[in-house]
Design a protein around this ligand. Structure first.
Ligand SMILES: [Zn+2]
Length: 379
């Protein structure tokens, strides 16, 4: 249960604040003629169709629906967040084709702060933590779920983008947080994919445990994961408990798991983690002995089945990030980039980046096929 005492009651999105944003919360609402909606989804029709219970205030007891409502509320009532999402309407996108799959590159100047974020220990110690509940902007509202709070992200990549921090200021570590990540993925699976950026893999708050979430289907891998496993990978398990694939697509190295069995996923994740920590140490990685191995993780749940994609990395930023002159490229990839939406906050980089640049940089950041093999062998 949520420890509601930890949070100022005025901070939580109240039922009366949610209600105005509930109508039409489902995506299949279309305007059939000016001012006329084709199908207006109300809590009642939604509940009838999907059997979702409502709470005593008539609000659907579904975290995905509530999160969407939260974001609609915040867009209208928090100007900075509203502006952030408005600016997404004008982002430019290029698409690159690889061997049977595509990667998008998004020019998103709003992400410059995140791409250039200083995440060394000294800088982190000296700044005020922006995920601590006591430091949130006054306009920011939260939804509580267990020990976590769902927040609208004012610097979005997705059209619906959430940050999901733990209530306490504890370090970004996945080992004991993978189960809550699966629970949150189940609770938000109606619409969203969650992701985890390791403390050395793009988390801009490595000192405060958090996940993020965005609409499922935005990252190409959400759609093509099964095809990627078939075309570029091997199914290493395919039974009634779990399906699992080893994938090397020429850019990235990753493990995909798909299952409705939570204990099995937890057990296999622990094996991946342990084997990867050991293989990283042997192969050399930017993560120190006492740090977690370098991971970006995507999770979602569809039709009662979880999908987990673990991208295995050896470096945080490519050499070109630190280069001078023409060679310099502000590319600081995290989960979204590994999922197939690469963010370039500098327009010049967006214009000139090529498929070969992407291939080279992803290979530089990803583990070698040998490390992937060592991890898979443990399963
Ligand atoms: Zn904090």
């Amino acid at each position: 249960m949520s420890d509601q005492s930890k949070i100022d009651p005025g901070r939580c999105l109240a039922p009366e604040e949610m209600k105005p944003y509930l109508a039409g919360v489902e995506p299949d609402v279309r305007e059939v003629a000016p001012g006329r909606l084709g199908k207006v989804e109300t809590p009642e029709t939604l509940a009838a169709r999907e059997g979702i219970p409502s709470d005593e205030h008539g609000i659907p007891a579904d975290l995905a629906i509530r999160s969407r409502v939260l974001l609609r509320h915040q867009r209208e009532n928090w100007p900075m967040l509203g502006k952030g999402f408005e600016s997404l309407e004008t982002v430019q996108v290029r698409t690159f084709d690889f061997d049977g799959f595509g990667m998008k590159v998004q020019f998103n100047p709003g992400r410059i702060v995140s791409s250039l974020a200083k995440v060394d220990k000294k800088s982190i110690r000296e700044r005020k933590c922006f995920l601590c509940r006591t430091n949130l902007p006054p306009e920011q509202k939260v939804l509580l779920y267990g020990d976590y709070m769902v927040l609208g992200n004012p610097f979005p990549i997705f059209r619906e983008h959430f940050t999901i921090p733990h209530l306490d200021h504890i370090p970004q570590r996945i080992r004991n947080a993978f189960e809550p990540m699966l629970d949150l993925s189940a609770a938000m699976g109606r619409y969203y994919t969650l992701f985890y950026n390791g403390p050395r893999c793009g988390a801009s708050a490595p000192d405060h445990l958090h996940f993020q979430g965005g609409e499922r289907g935005f990252m190409p891998i959400d759609i093509h994961w099964e095809d990627m496993a078939g075309r570029h990978g091997t199914w290493i398990a395919d039974d009634d408990k779990i399906r699992m694939a080893r994938v090397d697509d020429g850019l990235r190295r990753y493990v995909i798991m798909e299952s409705d069995n939570k204990p099995k996923l937890l057990q296999n994740f622990e094996q991946i983690y342990t084997a990867f920590a050991e293989a990283s140490r042997q192969a050399g990685s930017e993560a120190g002995e006492d740090e977690e191995p370098m991971l970006n993780i995507l999770t979602t749940q569809e039709n009662g089945r979880w999908r987990v994609i673990c991208f295995l990395r050896r470096k945080h930023r490519p050499a070109r990030f630190f280069a001078e002159g023409d060679d310099k490229m502000v590319f600081s990839p995290a989960s979204t980039d590994f999922g197939g939406v690469c963010i370039t906050p500098v327009e010049r980089d967006f214009r000139r980046i090529t498929a070969d640049d992407l291939r080279a940089m992803f290979n530089e950041l990803s583990v070698s096929p040998d490390v992937l093999d060592a991890v898979v062998k443990s399963l």
